[in-house]
Design a protein around this ligand. Structure first.
Ligand SMILES: [Zn+2]
Length: 148
């Protein structure tokens, strides 16, 4: 999205360092503890356009917890989070291959933009149009059926 309003740019730049820090910490954790992709998952990743599928790691959780104490506790509406080449998936969510295809699309976006630009662009899109219309999300949703 080109040239957001100055107030949005200022807000994004204010929260960006924290967002990048959280994403980098999450990616490091997943890359250390997650599993590599299977052969069929590597094939899917290549079909979606991932440049380095052998770098991808997946860690599985049962329910994400929201960070804010007042919303604390299991949050079944979050099915996956991707940071760089690290994918964390909620194993309780249905349609795991669709989720994987969606998250691998985010990996291609990280590869194309880099961590800093992805987080900046993601925040701008969330503020301006929300997750249902954010281009980074619509592209990922369009690729979900590639997991079939
Ligand atoms: Zn997504």
């Amino acid at each position: 999205m080109a040239s957001p309003p100055p107030a949005v740019t200022a807000e994004v730049e204010r929260i960006l360092p924290d967002a990048v820090g959280v994403a980098q910490t999450r990616e490091r954790w997943i890359l250390k503890r997650g599993r590599a992709l299977t052969d069929s998952e590597i094939a899917l990743a290549r079909r979606i356009g991932v440049q380095e599928p052998e770098r991808v790691r997946i860690s599985t959780v049962q329910n994400f917890r929201t960070p804010e104490p007042k919303f604390g506790g299991p949050n079944p509406s979050i099915c996956a989070i991707t940071s760089g080449h690290g994918i964390q998936v909620n194993s309780l969510c249905p349609r795991q291959r669709h989720i994987l295809a969606h998250e691998l699309t985010h990996v291609t976006q990280f590869e194309r933009l880099g961590m800093l630009e992805f987080e900046r662009e993601f925040l701008i899109q969330m503020i301006l149009v929300g997750s249902t219309r954010a281009p980074l999300e619509t592209q990922a949703r369009e690729n979900e059926t590639l997991g079939d």
